[in-house]
Design a protein around this ligand. Structure first.
Ligand SMILES: [Zn+2]
Length: 159
């Protein structure tokens, strides 16, 4: 028997320490939380994606009375970006959430299904996507989606 360890590191920034383009991305993720359609959970999530051409695409979670038919902000954003700008590699994704009248103190992280979709984009464009997770007490910066999804399944396993 052999033990193998998987190590993921992340950086915790104060908002003011972020580079200007990442501040803009976080600001946009926060700004759009007000547009979430979340009448059931009241948990508003905003995501903002920076593309290689400098464009920022943002979107929110979209709930449905038939709960599984809804979609997380991360996937709405990535699918829209991939549809609208199929030739632009995603560079960084910021995520923010707002509930009970305020932004959350601690960052939220993408669900497993969203991590899988974000990983597909990372593999498709062959470039790491920095993931910025906003919380009032700090912004987690993870260097890639792969780091958020160890032992992941991807297209290389289909060959
Ligand atoms: Zn999700």
């Amino acid at each position: 028997m052999e033990e193998r360890k998987i190590v993921t590191s992340l950086f915790v920034y104060a908002y003011d320490e972020l580079p200007a383009d990442y501040k803009r991305l976080v600001d946009e993720a926060k700004r759009v939380t007000k547009d979430a359609y979340a009448p059931y959970s009241k948990f508003h999530v905003g995501a903002a994606l920076l593309l290689a051409n400098g464009e920022i695409v943002s979107a929110t979670n979209q709930e449905n009375a038939a709960y599984p038919s809804g979609m997380c902000a991360e996937r709405v954003t990535m699918f829209y970006a991939n549809s609208r700008y199929p030739n632009q590699s995603p560079k960084a994704l910021a995520i923010a959430s707002f509930a009970e009248g305020d932004f959350l103190d601690e960052p939220i992280t993408p669900c497993g299904a969203c991590r899988q979709v974000l990983l597909e984009a990372e593999m498709r464009y062959g470039a790491d996507i920095n993931v910025l997770l906003y919380g009032k007490r700090g912004v987690y910066v993870v260097s890639s989606v792969k780091a958020l999804l160890p032992l992941s399944f991807d297209s290389s396993l289909l060959k």
